[in-house]
Design a binder for this molecule. Structure first.
Ligand SMILES: Cc1cc2nc3c(=O)[nH]c(=O)nc-3n(C[C@H](O)[C@H](O)[C@H](O)COP(=O)(O)O)c2cc1C
Length: 180
């Protein structure tokens, strides 16, 4: 597929085949994804891959520590993410400088889009998720993050059980203004 089509056929995938994703394939895709623009070459990212049994272990560790009144809601949200054979947490170091931090979030998003498109090329489907709980100290502890790190998103990865049509976008002619 040419790049145009790879971008246009990438869609968020909610459900997956019960088929393992080769870790070396994920590594290969990440290895190219990081050729994203990033200011001052801060390379503001690292990646935690959660797959196989580790998905259950993560869930167990997280739920064990959660207050009782949050368990039901979080379980629902987490289960929707853990249906993917592999989940990649995009992890970013926080910056002391607000402007640097915005740039780093932008760089993360660019690396993430690279990942989504390259995965599409390899026949893999994906879904970016940012549930509120990724910001909590407890979830960050369970993921074993450093104190200065955040999860910018969880990216679900796997083989789609059905192909979804791309969602309609606003025609770009409605969005362009020629500056005069
Ligand atoms: C930064 C970001 C965060 C997202 N978070 C969620 C999320 O928490 N839950 C969800 O269902 N989809 C999430 N999405 C996916 C969007 O809902 C999805 O990309 C959008 O509906 C367009 O659909 P498409 O990806 O199939 O083109 C997120 C996407 C982005 C870029």
């Amino acid at each position: 597929m040419i790049l145009y089509d790879l971008i246009k056929t990438r869609v968020s995938q909610k459900t997956y085949l019960d088929k393992k994703v080769d870790l070396t394939e994920i590594e290969e895709i990440l290895d190219v994804s990081v050729f994203a623009p990033n200011h001052k070459m801060r390379e503001p990212w690292r990646f935690i891959i959660i797959e196989g049994n580790q998905k259950d272990i993560l869930k167990e560790r997280y739920l064990k520590e959660l207050p009782e009144d949050q368990k039901e809601d979080v379980t629902k949200k987490l289960d929707k993410i853990l249906v993917a054979p592999a989940i990649i947490a995009f992890v970013m170091p926080l910056s002391l400088d607000y402007d640097d931090e915005i740039e780093d979030i932008q760089a993360n998003a660019m690396a993430m889009q690279n990942f989504l498109i390259l995965a599409n090329e390899k026949g893999l489907s994906t879904h970016v998720k940012t549930p509120l709980f990724i910001k909590t100290d407890l979830f960050k502890d369970v993921l074993k993050l450093q104190e200065n790190e955040i999860v910018t998103a969880l990216v679900m990865v796997g083989y789609a059980d059905q192909r979804n049509a791309p969602k309609r976008r606003t025609p770009v002619t409605d969005l362009i203004t020629l500056y005069k």
